[in-house]
Ligand binder design. Structure first.
Ligand code: NAP
Length: 257
């Protein structure tokens, strides 16, 4: 492994879209920090499973000829998010690419959303990206190089019944990203958003056949997206080919919107 190769941190990459992003970046030659959800207040079995999944991702990274580290953190917690970024910089001396992917969803009509549910969605999907960006930017500014890629959702552009807190968190990522692009563009840092449509993952696995049929009828390409569809765009945004692309929202939704 080339010790000069770029370093990427992907939050929430023990499974789902984040896992595929981490693996794709590794295959492209990046050294990758794999973050899994870990919080001391959580059930130990859940954390053990997450850690094992993250270790499997690392094994696949190494099998692809790259290298990486596995780091547990709850990125919705400011101290843990800061320590996560610090740990990557301690290990590699740099973060070139930050992919804020960690996210949760819990459909609920506005009248039924409890305060703590609202806070949890916003903290996990939006504040986490702010915490990680704030910390990573310090080092990116010094190096005058950085690629920030925030994983939003098409729902953040349109809103959706039953997803007010999710949509608000995903819209918030746009404002955060555009502001980073304006503040740090002259320092060689780009910041962009990927807005996936419906992607095959645990998040969409629970849909009923009727819901799936309705979804498919709205998608020009006639299929759900795959995690690879998202990872390919991440690799592009991280590459030199995207050097002049910042403050953009790329909808990866098969033509749905
Ligand atoms: P997923 O399968 O549920 O995976 C999400 C990952 O994030 C899991 O590994 C999860 O950990 C982790 N995570 C959640 N909260 C975290 C926290 N506080 N700290 C660290 N890690 C945390 O979801 P996905 O479908 O891959 O989605 C990935 C991203 O794409 C999300 O931001 C999502 O909103 C966005 N997105 C997805 C779709 C879709 O159709 N799937 C569409 C649009 C946007 P655990 O394993 O412990 O749960």
């Amino acid at each position: 492994m080339d010790m000069n190769s770029k370093v990427a941190l992907v939050t929430g990459s023990s499974r789902g879209i984040g896992r595929t992003i981490a693996l794709k970046l590794a295959r492209e030659g990046y050294r990758v920090a794999v973050n899994y959800y870990n919080n001391p207040q959580e059930a130990p079995e859940r954390i053990k499973e997450n850690q094992e999944q993250a270790q499997e991702v690392l094994q696949e990274i190494e099998a692809a000829g790259s290298s990486g580290i596995v780091l547990g953190a709850d990125v919705s917690d400011p101290a843990m998010a800061r320590e996560l970024v610090e740990a990557v910089i301690k290990e590699y001396g740099q973060i070139d690419v930050l992919v804020n992917n960690a996210g949760i969803n819990k459909d609920q009509l506005i009248l039924r959303i409890k305060d703590e549910e609202w806070d949890k969605l916003i903290n996990t999907n939006l504040s986490s990206a702010f915490y990680c960006c704030r910390e990573a930017l310090k080092q990116m500014v010094r190096k005058r190089y950085g690629r920030i890629i925030n994983i939003s959702s098409v729902v953040g552009l349109s809103g959706n019944a039953g997803q007010a807190h999710y949509a608000a968190s995903k819209s918030g990522l746009l404002g955060l990203t555009f502001s980073i692009a304006r503040e740090y563009g002259v320092r060689g840092i780009t910041a962009n958003v990927i807005a996936p449509g419906y992607i095959q993952s645990d998040m969409t696995a629970g849909f009923s056949p009727e819901q799936k049929e309705k979804m498919l009828s709205a998608i020009a390409l006639g299929r759900l997206g795959t995690p690879e569809d998202i990872a390919g765009v991440v690799v592009f945004l991280a590459s030199d080919a995207a050097a002049y692309l910042t403050a953009q929202v790329i909808k990866v939704d098969g033509g749905m919107s």
